[in-house]
Design a protein around this ligand. Structure first.
Ligand SMILES: Nc1ncnc2c1ncn2[C@@H]1O[C@H](COP(=O)(O)OP(=O)(O)OP(=O)(O)O)[C@@H](O)[C@H]1O
Length: 214
């Protein structure tokens, strides 16, 4: 279990902390939804869990194994000099080590992930030529292939139609069933139904009264 205690993040020059003494727990084999308005601190918390943003104070314990992080579509970097297929393949690198020799199971898992996320027709495109939303889906496919212990998703359904959102829901539920600790920031009401636990953030603080476990 990931345990967050008294976590505070203050961006340079900001008058208010983005996260203010947050306490929260994130369990394996479960979906935790981070819920809250724009600016409530959801992305900041995900970045700290991903290890890409150091906290100003407080602690995060229990992040074990591998972590897959799919940032908000506006924040997905374009810099990978790869095709879509190549970017999804990167999900195998941790398992395969330095030589990165794909076996039949790896190839099948890459193809399955691309098919599930609807990337088949994009497979040969350059990652850098895709829209932010398409790039985000590539990173989601990469995360599926990786079979990470912790899967962090920042608004994975933003800008998608209902059918594509349903695909994301299936992926999220399957990742938790596989055993991952899934943490998903969202403000889509329908995602609340997927949650084993909902952590509501209001102005950087956990709103305990609105905490919910199903
Ligand atoms: N790089 C940054 N520098 C300064 N302030 C920031 C930075 N990133 C976020 N903030 C501020 O920190 C607060 C929390 O932002 P955060 O992005 O974590 O919220 P959020 O709930 O994910 O909202 P959104 O969905 O709009 O990204 C906001 O007040 C935001 O303006």
């Amino acid at each position: 279990m990931i345990i967050v205690r008294e976590l505070t993040v203050r961006y340079p020059g900001a008058s208010q902390p983005a996260l203010d003494a947050v306490d929260a727990e994130f369990e394996p084999a479960a979906v935790t939804v981070l819920w809250g308005h724009n600016g409530s601190g959801k992305s900041t918390l995900l970045q700290v869990l991903a290890g890409t943003l150091p906290p100003t104070s407080g602690s995060v314990h229990g992040v074990r194994g591998s972590v897959a992080y799919v940032p908000q579509h506006t924040r997905v970097p374009e810099l990978l000099p790869l095709t879509v297929r190549g970017a999804v393949e990167m999900g195998t690198w941790r398992r395969l080590g330095w030589w990165r020799r794909l076996g039949r199971d790896d190839r099948r898992s890459i193809e399955n992930a691309c098919a599930r996320i609807g990337l088949d027709t994009l497979a040969r495109r350059r990652f850098s030529d895709l829209s932010g939303g398409q790039r985000q889906r590539v990173l989601l496919a990469q995360a599926i292939v990786e079979r990470a212990d912790v899967v962090l998703l920042d608004e994975p359904a933003t800008g998608l139609d209902a059918a594509s959102r349903a695909v994301i829901d299936d992926v999220v539920a399957a990742e938790a069933r596989r055993g991952a600790a899934v943490v998903m920031a969202t403000h889509h009401e329908e995602h609340r139904a997927l949650a084993d636990r909902i952590v509501t953030l209001t102005n950087g603080r956990v709103d305990r009264e609105r905490e919910q476990a199903s």
